[in-house]
Design a protein around this ligand. Structure first.
Ligand code: COA
Length: 210
């Protein structure tokens, strides 16, 4: 694990746990219950990430999507984009045991979403002076949801992208993801029905910040 310097949660007046703002690198998300370390994903993590992503969307997406939509999206719309790992822009959060419990990141390439298996890809480089960095593929283990990990990875991703010169961000949100991104300042555009094959579609929401 990367050594970390920022540790500990503070309590707001409401008594609700507040996460402290995180810097990258290194950074850590902390709750009264558990500390999480953020680090760049490696290709060795990839097999585990497949399981984590499937587990995450099957549980946390069940209120918004049907089983057929989730399984269809796991064939390309959701999954690991190994270019992000190679670029060093995909992060994982590890519990104290070392177990990876969340992933997410950003990209300096044009592809907006999807795994290596998705056909529609554009791996060309973005221009930080003109283009928005892409926020990519956030998935939290259901047993570790609502502990601030998604927000911590998002802040670390934005911070890393800003350090690379980007000032704007965009993403394709799932319906569960929409709630995280809205509270982080992202603005939704009209939802789209993304085709999954046959008559099956899934609703995604393009979002941008600022
Ligand atoms: C979306 C997701 C990544 C959020 O991760 P998370 O670690 O649980 O989110 P956080 O704990 O950091 O939440 C930060 C804030 O986002 C909002 N939020 C996150 N999940 C929410 C939910 N299910 N309902 C309402 N608000 C939610 C809240 O404002 C929350 O702050 P609070 O807990 O203080 O109220 C997670 O639900 C997930 O993995 N979903 C399935 C996969 C998916 O759809 N990923 C998005 C791809 S675009």
């Amino acid at each position: 694990m990367i050594p970390h310097s920022a540790r500990g949660a503070t309590r707001g007046g409401s008594g609700k746990t507040k996460m402290r703002r995180l810097k990258w690198p290194p950074s850590i998300a902390s709750t009264p219950r558990m500390d999480y370390t953020l680090r760049p994903a490696t290709l060795e993590d990839e097999p585990l990430l497949h399981g984590l992503i499937a587990r995450s969307i099957r549980a946390l997406g069940a209120g918004d999507y049907t089983r057929e939509q989730i399984e269809g999206a796991l064939r390309g719309a959701f999954g690991v984009d190994t270019n992000l790992i190679r670029d060093g822009t995909y992060l994982v959060a590890a519990a104290p045991s070392g177990l990876i419990v969340a992933c997410g990141g950003w990209s300096r390439r044009r592809t907006l979403f999807g795994s290596d298996a998705r056909a529609e890809r554009d791996e060309s480089w973005l221009d930080p002076g003109v283009d928005a960095a892409k926020i990519r593929a956030f998935f939290v283990d259901p047993g570790h949801a609502r502990r601030g990990i998604g927000r911590a990875i998002l802040e670390a991703s934005e911070s890393q992208a800003r350090a690379a010169g980007f000032t704007r961000f965009e993403l394709m949100a799932t319906l569960p993801g929409l709630r995280l991104y809205e509270q982080s300042g992202y603005v939704a555009r009209a939802p789209i029905d993304y085709p999954l094959g046959g008559d099956l579609t899934i609703t995604f929401v393009p979002m941008s910040k600022p």
